[in-house]
Design a protein. Sequence first.
Length: 267
Amino acid sequence: MHRATPPSAPPPAPPNGPPRRVLVVEDDPTVAEVVTGYLSRAGYTTQHAADGFAALDRAAEFRPHLVVLDLMLPGIDGLEVCRRLRRADDGPAVPVVMLTARGEEADRILGLELGADDYVTKPFSPRELVLRIGSVLRRAESAPPAAAPSAALRAGDLRADPGGRRADRGGRELSLTAREFDLLVFLMRHPGQVFSREELLHRVWGWEFGDLSTVTVHVRRLREKIEEDPAAPRLVTTVWGAGYRFDPMEAEPPPASGPLPGGDPFS
């Protein structure tokens, strides 16, 4: 079993303002002690839950600003805890940083699809975890500027409405997650430009660092929803060795068939 090292030098301070509340959901008492210790030394207020049912009860009472969530828990697993936290309708969804020994791609993808804001695998650096928590909180607490709603973006029959956070293609509404929608809007605002995964991670979601597979997963899922053939994408294309590019001309429908210029020769 991995044993994280005890706190030594104090990690960086949390965002400015009152102490942020962090709920640590972890069944390994040693790991839980290390994580809560680092967070407390960094100025966070922490509570601990050792199983899935306790996590949901504690979240309802503690009202955390962020949850550090292990996947493999007694009672109900972390993925189900994340689902239930995301279904809460009494306020904004609480940010979740998944902390787990399950590092397989399928688990990362499922966690991201459920809305996890970051994903850290064991063995881990407690100081890095504190940095990631601070980064997630800054993103979550950065209010969008109070400005007039942005005009709808169009590329052929593909349309995205940033103000209403809705998108459709050919009149059919697209079921996009928040991150998929943000990615689509960013790409539509920068047609023909190539962006690396690092740039998308930072410019779309404001992540200062993170797993680049996050971008790969969301690009693939966006393609599944906007491309006619996701296996041969034409709208969001891969520029090998460089990144991804949005090609708006590929969203133009084919010209409608009709009489040749000059009139119908059979009239």
